[in-house]
Design a protein around this ligand. Structure first.
Ligand code: GLA
Length: 497
């Protein structure tokens, strides 16, 4: 029988737990900065889209607003058609050249329009790829069902309406080492992926694209069959299955030259009968930013693997200061995938260890850097904070800006103890500048930027991008208080703009 005292203790414990959970929940809600999208239609996503002639075309119009929604396109090139209920545009375009189309999305509240430039030519991934990858989430516990669930959730959560469009399978889908099809040498899947073509068809039917993973060496990092000696054959197999993206890793490559090894994949991808985004993943060895583009690389990892800690994320993100020169439409620096939401690298997931402020820093910096945005969390378990963090269209527009510039630091204030505040700037297509005022210290700090540092003069409009709020006109400088490990992300435009 519990005594009176132990009963009291249990009650006290229950009350304290309840108070703790409530305080956590409200802290979480208090960190939500971005207003919800309105019911009126708004078209998000890139302003430019690259495709190779004659290859299959898939673009889903990303639009927020109340459903049902009707989609249409003015001036759609010959060979393409649109599904009016979903906004999926499919088909193929015969000839090279540029074409401006007007996307339209309408609902009971009105109609939104947006111009999209379709560039039919050699270069794809004209803006950084946005999507999901299985690694930071499931690691080797990935399977067909989890990929389908991620695709379903990308649509049902509404992430697709903000431009998130790739579902990428990482390591551990292949057969064991040397277990290729004996007669043809064709790569085989393991039992967790019974039918890759059916899986690709399923993901495409949702208006999404799908990616895969391989390795230049004899084995992948997870110990499965690699592509060495089968580079072109493997790319053709992925194309036959229907993949739109391939990440190529660098484990088990003793004695191999990255440039030579990746060229084989680049050449094969150039000949494939569909557009395949080419992701070089050799962790920055031998500076892939110097040669990745010449092999047809659309993105190249610049560092080792990220984890969900401040040291890892900030160490990677803030060390990208010299690489802005190499980012351009079709060719991106890749400081690794995102570590927000529920991550785990295996069957057991946990909430990211980054604080809300650190997560704002993570997304802001990756958007300013024009980095690919690949979510590494379970899309079926998105909490309100994470969802809000990933659906701010003004912040995502900085990442997707069609000028394709990388950000560079213009002020680094070194403080005693090795800590700093930093100001990073990205030039935008419309002449404005996106600016991140970062506080890397453990205390609140005033962060200050003088217009001279930004090469501007006179009155300028300042907009807070996370809160989607105009802050007014500023004549010489801008100053604000920034949370520890946090950021203020602003857009600065000429007064008339
Ligand atoms: C390497 C890559 C990771 C992931 C794993 C898979 O570590 O850098 O991104 O693909 O391999 O084994």
């Amino acid at each position: 029988m519990p005594t009176k005292k132990s009963f009291f203790n249990i009650l006290l414990f229950a009350l304290l737990t309840f108070a703790f959970v409530v305080s956590l929940a409200s802290a979480d809600t208090a960190c939500i900065l971005t207003p919800k999208p309105s019911d009126a239609p708004q078209i998000n996503g890139p302003e430019v889209f690259g495709v190779r002639p004659q290859n299959p075309f898939l673009f889903t119009i990303p639009a927020t607003g109340k459903r049902p929604m009707r989609f249409s396109v003015q001036n759609l090139p010959k060979g393409l058609s649109i599904e009016e209920n979903t906004g999926h545009i499919t088909g193929s375009i015969e000839q090279e050249g540029d074409c401006n189309v007007t996307l339209q999305a309408g609902n009971e509240m009105g109609t939104a329009k947006k111009t999209l430039k379709i560039k039919v030519g050699d270069t794809i991934a004209l803006t950084p790829p946005m999507g999901w990858n299985s690694w930071n989430c499931w690691g080797c516990a990935v399977d067909d069902q989890k990929i389908r669930a991620a695709a379903d959730a990308m649509v049902s959560t509404g992430l697709i309406n903000h431009g998130w469009s790739y579902i990428n399978i990482d390591d551990c889908w292949q057969c064991g080492e040397n277990k290729r099809e004996p007669d043809t040498g064709e790569i085989q899947t393991n039992e967790k992926f019974p039918d890759m073509k059916a899986l690709c068809d399923y993901v495409h039917s949702k208006g999404l694209k799908i990616g895969l993973y391989t390795d230049c060496g004899t084995m992948t990092c997870g110990g499965y069959e690699g592509s060495k000696g089968h580079e072109s054959q493997d790319i053709m197999t992925y194309a036959k299955w229907g993949f739109d993206y391939v990440k190529i890793d660098w484990c088990h490559t003793e004695g191999m030259q990255p440039r030579r090894a990746y060229k084989k994949f680049g050449d094969a991808i150039g000949k494939a009968p569909r557009d395949i985004v080419f992701s070089i993943c050799n962790w920055g060895e031998q500076k892939p930013w110097m040669w990745g583009k010449s092999l047809g690389g659309n993105l190249w990892r610049t560092t080792g693997d990220i984890t969900d800690t401040w040291d890892s994320m900030s160490g990677i993100g803030f060390s990208q200061d010299e690489l802005y020169k190499f980012a351009k439409p079709g060719h991106w620096n890749d400081p690794d995938m995102l570590v927000v939401g529920r991550v785990g690298w295996g069957p057991n997931l946990h909430q990211t260890k980054l604080t809300p402020d650190e997560q704002y820093t993570h997304i802001s910096l990756w958007c300013l850097l024009s980095s690919p945005l690949l979510l590494g969390c379970d899309l079926t378990q998105l909490d309100d904070f994470t969802m809000n963090l990933l659906t701010n269209d003004e912040v995502l527009a900085i990442n997707q800006d069609r000028l394709g510039k990388g950000a560079k630091p213009v002020v680094i204030n070194q403080l005693p103890g090795g800590e700093s505040t930093q100001i990073w700037v990205k030039y935008l297509q419309d002449g404005a500048k996106a600016v991140g005022l970062f506080n890397l210290t453990d205390e609140k700090k005033q962060v200050y930027v003088n217009w001279e540092r930004l090469d501007i003069k006179g009155k300028h409009k300042v907009r807070d991008l996370w809160r989607q709020k105009d802050l007014g006109l500023f004549e010489r400088s801008f100053k604000t208080e920034v949370n520890p490990h946090g950021v203020e992300m602003i857009k600065i435009s000429a007064q008339s703009g």
